[in-house]
Write a protein that binds this ligand. Sequence first.
Ligand code: ZN
Length: 472
Amino acid sequence: MRHPNVLLIICDHLSTRVVGAYGEGEGCTPNIDRVAANGVSFGRVYTTYPLCMPARASFWTGRYPHQTLVESNGGKYTNGPLPEDLTTVGEHFKSVGYRCVHFGKAHDFGTLKGFEVFPVGEELSVPSPHEAWPENYDTWQDNDTLAKCEQWLAAATDEPFVCVADINNPHNICGWVGANNSMEGPVTAVPVPGVLPELPDNFTSDDLAELPLPVRYICCTHNRQAQTQHWDETNYRHYIAAFRHYTQLADDGVGRLLRALEGAGKLDNTIVVVMADHGDSQTSHGLVTKQVHFYDEVVRVPFIIAGPGITRNSGVCHEPLGSLLDLFPTLCGLTGVRLPTGLMGVDWSQFLGGGEAEIRSCVAAEWLTEWGHELSPGRMIRSERYKYIRYLEGDGEILYDMINDPGEKQNLAGEQSFSQVLQEHREMLARHVEESGDNFFSREVVVDERWRSHEPGWQCHRGIAAPMAQKS
Ligand code: ZN
């Protein structure tokens, strides 16, 4: 059998909340939806860490962040070194005869080993056509990445390949928050074409005062949240409009790559995956971008697969609980390549071919820090029905009923009637920690009291946040 090729398209920051295939986003992803129409969209796939570098190091190696030792985006916190026994996707597929090429955003802490990495450029930086949606290096690099990747696909030989297009967008939203920074006072958003999107049902939370400290004070440790301190509802609605715009840019890129694949006559023998490293808060709970919390908008990611061997009916598949850890084993299963040892994820190839789903009791995600200005160890356990979160700081716990409260507005951890459910989830976490060799419960908490001092609510925050304070 000829091994199929793989085209893996990663969109940094893409949330299921804007993808048409998941029933949302007001039609801003026609090309991603085209992949979904021919394949399977997993509805409950979770990232292992809602931050770029740890998430990427995790899915490129099929291990949890505490196993890769990549637990931050760098800065004051020193990651790694990578354990020597980790096999990466690139190394493994190269060892069985695949040509492995990578275009675009890396941010991988060495876990792209085995790929020929084409350098990221900004050669195609062009003035932004929309005043309301300024473009920065995220978009300019994508212009370059897409042009190079299209060119490579057009000239690809018959050698089987794993081609990765690592698109920054919709990550340009982070720069957009910077352009609408309200730390000095209210800002007037630049008018946008069309009608502003409505805020989501979970824009406000009922449980802010009962949330663990790292979440309650996210404005103190996350620059982007601090930059929204004087925003009103209109500013938040502009955020959603901007996010959809940057998502559309990413989606245009997906369309270009599909056309290049088709033009090269390789669409029929190529497995196409569209996924994200983590999502985006989407103004849920008044939050922007991503950081220490584990709300679904940020941890539940698009994961869409189409191509040879995938015969299951298309559409959103809500049954299996999945993880980005499953990417590596599933690619092996679909291409007929042997599995390396030590992977933590599940191979979904049989399921995608119409077989039964593997039943998992839960999937897990982790947090430690963004840049090391504070250490806030946290773990999420997502079971069939509930989401349980534990932070070491202040012994903070969260329990959400994901069926009755999908917007995660009511923390049930303190409710007497949920004490048994809570206990079961504490035990699930204890088992997960033990089985995966995670020293979570003995991790150090480091937070300066000045970042835990104002009245609860990120709109009560004034001034800068920890990373900027320690820079100055
Ligand atoms: Zn604050």
